[in-house]
Design a protein around this ligand. Structure first.
Ligand SMILES: *Cc1c(COP(=O)(O)O)cnc(C)c1O
Ligand SMILES: [Zn+2]
Length: 420
């Protein structure tokens, strides 16, 4: 290896150096970035990393970055917060939230994958960057392309939430709405990538993109004081994030930066699009594609690219997967907001609602340390809460009117709130 990383086939283990491809050219299995960890362990220590600025570039040796890259955007290093109120409700003694609803710059964990992918897009000489997206990825590509001076053109299913469409167009990106679901959009993007020299972050740059997700895992370990949790609960769309958090923990153990531990991985999906959790529950790793129908649009991938590896990771760790109905997703959103003051999007609602089931089923032990990955921001999916909160009648600016209001509305409302 001339560089400290290169692409390797996940099945036949052929090395493919560094190039914009995502499949093995001999056996068609997906490629993954592999590192010379022996060399990295000699070049950098966790103490040195801990002294660097608080963003994902602090893990540069463990990311597939070219020699020259722009590290000026402080992406990542989101808060890991204790969740004692939610913990009490779940009867968990040690519950944490990894809060990527506060990720810079576009309020979801997709900022991480794009930050890494665009360094390689530049390295490979792409002028136009693109993606197929369920919403958050389009936001992240559009914002970082604007700053980096790339042209951006993204492809989405036509029925995405309006905030996610607006939150792409505002950066000057071209948005192509396709009258189809994500899986068909993705197939089209593969065909375009074969024909045009565009850098599709999650198609021909996918192995590099996926490595960005590892930083969620590095941060969880570092923020726990270089310690691994016992359990993590992770929302799944394509199934990449959950496998990359697993890869991150494995690398940290190999480097000797954390004590070895068998972390259990728990996956969360919406019932209306649950190809991975269905496989896990049936004890298989082969994924049967589904036609998505759920308010959790960001997770609505019916034929997940990394579904097989996600199911395998979960099963091998001794974890489990759960899925949640649309009403349960809305409950998950409001439960997190009311208990911990964090407003997450539908994907976060899925994670919270699934975690609630996993604790109730006794699949996660209350004594163990558990981290829920909150991956996106609620302000992008307010549609999911439509009709949930009705606007009250305005009152005149008079003390007497307020006193009346207090008697009539506020006191009974408080009583209801207190009884929850
Ligand atoms: C994309 C996305 C996920 C899932 O990511 P995969 O790596 O595709 O499994 C989870 N949460 C949010 C908010 C997302 O946008
Ligand atoms: Zn191969």
């Amino acid at each position: 290896m001339s560089q400290h990383f290169e692409l390797r086939c996940r099945e036949c283990h052929t090395n493919w150096k560094n190039q914009p491809i995502s499949f093995c050219q001999s056996c068609y299995a997906p490629l993954e970035v592999t590192y010379d960890l022996g060399r990295i362990g000699k070049e950098v220590s966790r103490h040195e990393i801990a002294r660097r600025p608080p963003n994902l570039w602090r893990y540069k040796e463990l990311l597939p970055l070219p020699e020259e890259y722009d590290a000026s955007l402080p992406v990542g290093f989101t808060p890991l917060v204790t969740a004692s109120n939610l913990g009490e409700l779940f009867q968990s003694k040690s519950l944490y939230l990894k809060n990527d609803s506060a990720c810079f710059p576009t309020l979801s964990f997709k900022d991480r994958v794009v930050a890494v992918a665009l360094t390689q897009a530049r390295n490979f000489g792409f002028d136009i960057v693109s993606c197929s997206s369920t919403g958050n990825l389009a936001n992240a590509v559009a914002a970082q392309a604007a700053r980096g001076g790339f042209k951006a053109c993204v492809f989405i299913p036509a029925d995405l939430e309006s905030a996610k469409i607006l939150g792409t167009e505002v950066y000057g990106a071209k948005i192509v709405r396709i009258a189809a679901n994500y899986d068909q959009v993705n197939r089209l993007c593969s065909q375009i990538a074969d024909k045009h020299r565009w850098g599709f972050v999650n198609v021909n740059l996918r192995p590099y993109y996926a490595e960005g997700s590892k930083t969620v895992g590095y941060e969880i370990a570092e923020q726990l004081g270089w310690r691994l949790p016992d359990n993590v609960v992770v929302p799944m769309a394509g199934g990449s994030l959950i496998t990359k958090i697993h890869k991150a923990f494995k690398e940290l153990i190999k480097l000797g930066w954390v004590a070895p531990k068998n972390v259990r991985f728990f996956g969360a999906q919406a019932t209306g699009c649950s190809p991975i959790s269905t496989a896990v529950k049936a004890g298989r790793t082969e994924i049967e594609p589904q036609k998505p129908s759920t308010i959790a649009r960001s997770l609505a991938i019916g034929n997940p690219a990394d579904g097989f590896y996600a199911a395998k990771t979960i099963a091998a760790s001794g974890g489990w997967a759960e899925d949640t109905s649309d009403p349960e997703i809305v409950e998950g959103i409001t439960l997190l907001a009311e208990s911990e003051g964090i407003f997450t999007e539908t994907a976060g609602g899925v994670t919270v609602a699934a975690a609630r089931k996993l604790f109730a089923q006794g699949r996660i032990s209350p004594q163990e340390t558990t981290v829920l990955c909150i991956t996106g921001n609620g302000l992008k999916t307010t549609d999911a809460l439509a009709g949930k909160f009705e606007a009250s009648e305005p009152i005149p600016p008079k003390l007497s009117a307020f006193e009346e209001y207090l008697e009539r509305d506020l006191v009974p409302a408080q009583a209801v709130g207190g009884a929850r």
